[in-house]
Design a protein around this ligand. Structure first.
Ligand code: NAD
Ligand code: AKB
Length: 315
């Protein structure tokens, strides 16, 4: 039976991933941890522990106590916040990852951590960005993500640790709001559509970035972790994506459901600069070939589902 430790579990991904993992593997099999507590149901439906991932001893103690065999390491600062606080980002994103890898090595755990489209930079080919290509990002987040990919591959080659990762695009969801990313506009726009019927975008018209709906992201994590190791040529990390969109494309999809929706712009130069350094669209063919990645939601299907969930509840 699997026993999984999740760090940063109260964030946008973790809060939904823990619930899904508990559905599959059982409530007691998934130990959710975060720096902070909250009233979220994952703190009640199974084990929950306070854990600062920069504290290596505390991480080892919790992992050992629950006898985990899998670590899913999510705690990190996202791109926009990391650019505001680069030193904190380095210490958390790299220090936390190193601690998690060391615990995984000592306890012989399978290991997953997400990378990002932020691992690419201005000199990366922008369209249909290949799996293996130039990675010279000019953001602290990107530097952390490339270093993290290399570090995870190093642990695989040096110690035989079963490390796996995904380069996520912007993830869109309705359960927990995103925390300090460049692609957050693509979530905010749906909340604003439902509450105000209009949105002011900090990302400029014509800025295409990859996006994916959270249910597809969760399935991708689970499928990659379950994939036969012998089929994996790549490990850290696989390009995955469902769509390449700009604010206008999302607005057009929203208007199919909310005809009066309006979009205007007040571009934030800092987040725009980050977005401009990222690909327009990435190629996920390695993920498809090596472990059968498939995204079920395109822009219209995701928009219908997002608005259905947000419209039907108190915001
Ligand atoms: P998030 O910001 O929503 O959540 C991060 C969580 O980490 C928060 O609950 C926070 O309390 C916790 N945390 C912060 N500092 C901590 C510490 N010192 N110790 C323990 N926990 C701490 O992030 P997310 O969107 O869920 O992202 C998770 C991972 O996925 C990150 O590595 C991120 O880079 C990556 N990723 C996310 C996206 C996305 O669109 N959400 C896209 C690509 C990659
Ligand atoms: C961010 O914008 O920082 C994240 C990501 C794509 O890594 N959503």
């Amino acid at each position: 039976m699997k026993r999984i430790l999740v760090t940063g579990a109260l964030g946008q991904i973790g809060s939904e991933l823990v619930a899904k993992l508990r559905e599959i593997y059982g409530n007691d099999a998934v130990v959710a941890t975060d720096l902070r507590s909250s009233a979220h149901e994952i703190t009640r439906t199974g084990p929950f522990e306070l854990l600062d991932v920069t504290n290596d001893k505390a991480m080892y103690e919790i992992a050992k106590r629950y006898q985990v065999d899998t670590i899913i390491h999510l705690a990190a600062l996202l791109s926009a916040t990391a650019e505001e606080k680069p030193l904190l980002a380095w210490n958390l994103n790299m220090g936390g990852l190193m601690n998690a890898l060391e615990v995984a090595r000592e306890l012989k755990c399978q290991f997953f951590t997400p990378s990002s489209i932020g691992a690419f930079g201005p000199s990366t080919p922008k369209d249909n960005t290949p799996q293996d290509t130039i990675q010279r990002p000019n953001t602290m987040y990107g530097v952390n993500k490339v270093s993290g990919e290399l570090l995870c591959d190093y642990y695989f080659h040096k110690y035989g640790l079963d490390t796996r990762g995904l380069r996520f695009p912007g993830l869109i969801s309705y359960v927990t709001p995103p925390g300090g990313g460049t692609t957050d506009y693509a979530v905010e726009i749906y909340y604003a559509a439902v509450t105000q019927g209009k949105y002011t975008s900090y990302i400029a018209k014509g800025t295409n970035m990859d996006m994916m709906y959270m249910p597809d992201a969760l399935t991708a994590i689970i499928d990659l972790m379950e994939a036969d190791s012998s089929r994996l040529t790549h490990r850290n990390s696989f390009n995955v994506t469902a769509m390449s969109v700009d604010p206008e494309a999302i607005a057009a999809a929203i208007r199919k459901e909310i005809p009066g929706f309006t979009l205007d712009y007040d571009v934030d130069p800092k987040r725009q600069a980050i977005a401009d350094s990222w690909p327009h669209s990435i190629d996920a063919s390695a993920a498809k070939a090596e472990w059968g990645f498939r995204a079920r939601y395109d822009l219209d299907a995701m928009t219908k589902d997002m608005l259905g969930h947000l419209g039907g509840r108190q915001l």
